[in-house]
Each structure stands twice: as C-alpha cells, then as structure tokens.
Design a protein around this ligand. Structure first.
Ligand SMILES: *Cc1c(COP(=O)(O)O)cnc(C)c1O
Length: 402
C-alpha cells in the first residue's frame, strides 16, 4: 500500500509555540532554575506559581494547581475530593483512556454511562446509573473532543442524586456553555497541556477549583513538600495545617520550564478558538451534504473550541470503512476510527480497558463508536489545506461506498 506522506496535510502537527514561549524557555534554561520551588532563594517569580495565578484568573476559579499531565490532574482531583478505594465513580463512556485510568489510579471503580449519537453523555442513562449505584458520590464528566451536554441538566441531575461533579476539560479550554466557561461548573476542573490539546507544553495539567479544602489537599498531594507557601493561587496557610502531616506526596509537579512555556499561550487561547472555529466551519461545509454522513448536533448558544471534527457513517459496512481508511491514507490523511478491533493512536474504547473489574454494559455507545470517525484539525491549517482535506474526504467517503 502506498503511504506517500504529504507533509502539508499532517493532521498531527502541533501548534507552533509563540516567540514569547521560546524566550521564556531560554530564560529558564539559562538560569538553571527548572524546579518550581526554591528552598532559600526568592521564588516570587516561580513561573509555575504565576501560571496558576494567571490560569485561575482566566477560568474564574479561586485556586489552581499545576501538575505534570491532564491525567495527573484528574487523579489528584479525585483523591483530593476524597474518593475512596473501591467506590464507584460515574463517567461517560466516550472518553480517552487516561480518564478511566485516573479513576483506577485513585483506587476507585469506573462505572460507564452511555453516550448518545451526539457523542455526549446520555442523560437518561446517567439517571439510570445514578439510581443503580446509589452509593456513587462522584460524576467525572469528560468533554471528549470538546463536546459537552446541556450543563443546566447536568447541574439538576447532580443535585437530585447528590453527585459531585468533576470536569475533564482537556478539550474545552476557552469553551463556554452560554456565558459560563466550561471548568466552572464542578467542584474541580482538570485541563491538559499535552501538545494535542489547546495549550502546548508537551506535557502538563492544571486543576482549578473554588474549594479550599480540595485545593489545599491537591497542592500537598501534588508534591509541594513544606514549600506550599510559595503557591500564589492557594488557600490561606491555616488550611494546610490540619493536612500537612497526613497527606501523601504523589510527586506530580509541573516544572517551571513547562509553566514558562505555557504562560504566554493563555493570552492566545481566545484567538486560537476563533481560528479553530474558522477551520472547522470550512471543512464541515464540504462534508455536510454527502449522503450518509452524520454529524453530532451542537448547541447553538454554546461556544466550542472545535480542534477536531467527528462524523459517523451509520450505513457503512466494515469493509467499506476499511476501504475508506485506505483511500484517505493514500492521500496522506490519517482518519481515526473508533470502531477498529485493534485500536490505533488515541482511539481505544471501553472494551479495550479490560482492567475494569465489573465493566458496565454499554451497547448503545459501542454501536455509535463502531461507525464514528475523528479528524484532528491543526491550528495552523490554511484555507487551501481545509479545502484539500474536505475534498479528499468527500471523494473517499463516496468512493468507499460504491
Ligand atoms: C488528553 C486528554 C486527557 C488527559 O490528558 P493528558 O495530559 O494526556 O494526561 C483527558 N481527557 C481527555 C478527553 C483528553 O483528550
């Protein structure tokens, strides 16, 4: 099979770092102070502490903790919120592997909730699971690929069933439900700075919360030693007194180098959102009218950051899908399919997480994922590339069925 690589259409290319990030990285590298804490030196300029402060302002949270990955932030949020070993934690089944992984890491049991055809949590099944697991105290809601449900309905259900909401915002930095930012609905919200998300430090995670007990526990657990006073987006020092000798240090810190790279990017998030919306609209325009192609419905009054595009081909047989994948990859476009028996890249699904002790049956999600495709939209895509991508896909989708 020819896999001629067209570098102009590399969907996996990360956004370029702004010059200010490169300058900041050089400043840190030249100083040698890559660790966020100083024992005796003045650390009022710790980039990690400043990033936490700036991120809190951006999201509108009181507190923030920077860690080494989005998955670590999720683990920490669960632990600091008091998730106990063996307890059930509800989560929507269409998500990325680090999300059930974080629940497992925290010693709890993931309970999967069905996905609907719009790739978001099925609210009727959420209610069913809340009834079926009356001892579940937490809902870890993952806004997979930047898609999210009606947040007012989530709020009502969480109230009704006494569920504490923890938000996985890996793909919703900059997104809003009506006027309220995603990440401001739950007890804690977790963000990722991995290169394929909305800010890029290679690796990194941020946990935002308004809860001072959770914040103090998370700062201690993240690995702040007895230097937690150097945090800026933290609760008062008294909050740490009761916790500091009985809270484990899980060593999940973000380095000052990553923080320095991220800080200048926060100012660009809203421009990037506009750029992604433009790219998304252009690619979508070409795929919209192809017979048999279905798109997830989005809320008209929500503000998305569409860094990827999902579509499904409900009427396609597996052999037709395989043909489609060959046709697109011959043009250098690597389409992701959530239905492959042998998952590739970032497309594993619940049946591949067999470490789960009592996997919940999710036939509806399995059916949806078996015909679901995902296309990453690089931030620096030109109009020409959008057009090329759209036309190659369109042709391949039609040809694969013939
Ligand atoms: C990327 C991602 C994560 C985890 O982020 P890492 O920084 O890679 O650990 C969590 N949830 C979703 C939906 C993601 O896409």
């Amino acid at each position: 099979m020819s896999t001629k690589k067209n570098p102009a259409i590399d969907l996996a290319r990360p956004p370029c770092l702004p010059d200010a990030s490169i300058d900041a990285a050089l400043r840190i590298l030249k100083s040698g102070y890559l660790f966020r804490y100083g024992e005796t030196s003045d650390t009022t300029l710790s980039d990690a502490a400043l990033l936490e402060q700036e991120f809190s302002t951006f999201i509108g949270s009181k507190y923030c903790v920077a860690v080494n990955s989005g998955g670590s932030a999720l683990f920490l949020a669960l632990k600091a919120a008091g998730v106990k070993s063996g307890e059930p934690v509800l989560l929507n089944a269409f998500t990325l592997a680090p999300v059930p992984g974080a629940i497992h890491h925290a010693g709890a049991e993931p309970v999967l909730v069905e996905t609907n055809q719009d790739c978001i949590v099925d609210l009727a099944d959420l209610e069913r699971k809340a009834k079926e697991y009356p001892n579940a105290r937490f809902l870890l809601l993952s806004y997979m690929r930047g898609l999210f449900p009606n947040m007012e309905h989530i709020h009502e259900l969480c109230n009704q069933y006494s569920l504490t909401l923890i938000e996985d915002c890996a793909h919703t930095l900059g997104a809003r439900w009506r006027t309220k930012p995603l990440g401001s609905f739950g007890k804690a919200a977790c963000f990722s700075a991995q290169s394929f998300k909305h800010i890029n430090a290679g690796e990194g995670g941020l946990l935002a919360t308004n809860d001072e007990d959770l914040a103090a526990a998370a700062i201690l657990m993240s690995g702040s030693y007895m230097l937690y006073g150097q945090h800026k987006a933290r609760p008062s020092l008294e909050k740490f007194e009761a916790l500091r000798f009985n809270t484990p240090n899980y060593s999940l810190r973000m380095s000052d180098l990553s923080a320095a790279i991220l800080r200048p990017q926060l100012a660009l998030v809203n421009n990037w959102k506009t750029q992604w919306q433009h790219i998304y609209t252009q690619v979508l325009a070409q795929l919209k009218h192809i017979p048999g192609v279905k798109f997830a419905q989005r809320f008209s009054d929500a503000d998305y950051v569409p860094s990827s595009l999902q579509f499904s081909l409900p009427s396609y047989e597996v052999n037709e899908i395989e043909r489609l994948l060959v046709l697109t990859s011959q043009q250098g476009i690597h389409l992701k399919w959530f239905g492959a028996d042998n998952p590739k890249g970032f497309t594993s699904r619940p049946e591949h997480w067999s470490y789960m002790q009592n996997p919940t049956q999710i036939p509806q999600t399995e059916k949806i994922l078996s015909r679901l495709f995902d296309l990453r939209l690089p931030l620096n895509f030109t109009d020409q590339e959008c057009y090329f991508l759209g036309s190659v896909l369109k042709q391949a989708i039609i040809e694969a069925k013939a």
